[in-house]
Write a new protein. Structure first.
Length: 270
């Protein structure tokens, strides 16, 4: 995390970062597609979730090869083996998703892994726009909120998924299950997440929450006594980045609002 956020406890303003955000999301989505080729299906489709660190995102273990990392700050995708050595490195700057996909396929082929990446999402030819200032800011913000979400998760007792990034929507979240024996998407659960957002409805990031009642097959919405600045958007709540940012203690405010939503909904699920 940047020294500025650490020392001031203040989050940065976000303006005009949408184009860099598209590049970050596209490259993150690519390494997710590669991860899926190497690991087995998991509950809650966790094979589609990748992990977050202070510099960006990374995959689960890719067989005997190691892990694939995407460093937001440098714009570099690299494979690191289990001895922490870089096997190869690719700079995304100046590329598009199609050329980046072709280059990374070639790198894996050199390692004896001929992987098929034929999703239409990996065929775009528009060049990435990459700003170092924006990408560093994005890494700082993701790590800040990932850390806050992980702290909130540690306060709960029960069956939970890990915190992972879902690259399709470029958000990260974890799920709390109301029963340790019932842990599928169809079972009762609550989801807590943060979205850097590609949605035109929200120009800046936001925190979100939803509660799903499995037996009743419906979302649960408690409309009274919502935390400050929280509103409902159809089936999920929204707490905007700017409302978190203006609080004197933004991480604590972020964590507390999730605890209030948890307390409001946990007894309402079957």
């Amino acid at each position: 995390m940047s020294e500025l956020i650490m020392s001031s406890n203040k989050l940065p303003d976000i303006t005009n970062w949408s184009k860099t955000r598209v590049a970050l999301r596209s490259a993150s989505h690519l390494i997710k597609h590669i991860q899926v080729k190497f690991i087995e299906s998991k509950s809650m489709q966790l094979e589609h979730g990748i992990s977050i660190n202070k510099n960006g995102v990374y995959t689960d273990n890719l067989g005997d090869l190691g892990r694939l990392f995407f460093n937001f700050r440098s714009g570099e995708i690299y494979l690191e083996n289990y001895s922490k050595e870089k096997v190869f490195s690719i700079d995304i700057k100046g590329k598009n998703i199609s050329s980046l996909t072709s280059e990374i396929k070639s790198k894996f082929k050199d390692l004896g892994k001929d992987i098929i990446l034929d999703s239409d999402e990996l065929k775009g030819t528009e060049s990435f726009e990459f700003s170092s200032d924006d990408s560093n800011r994005a890494a700082d913000i993701l790590w800040y909120f990932y850390s806050a979400l992980a702290r909130f998760r540690s306060k709960l007792f029960g069956a939970m998924s890990p915190v992972v990034m879902w690259t399709h929507h470029f958000d990260f979240a974890f799920v709390f299950f109301t029963s340790p024996e019932k842990r599928t998407e169809q079972d009762s659960h609550m989801c807590f997440g943060f979205a850097p957002t590609l949605d035109e409805s929200y120009k800046n990031p936001y925190a979100y929450f939803y509660a799903w009642d499995g037996p009743k097959k419906e979302y649960v919405k408690v409309e009274e006594d919502l935390p400050e600045n929280v509103s409902w958007n159809k089936t999920f709540t929204v707490l905007k980045y700017d409302d978190v940012k203006k609080d004197e203690h933004p991480a604590e405010f972020f964590e507390d609002h999730f605890m209030k939503l948890f307390d409001l909904h946990v007894s309402k699920l079957s």
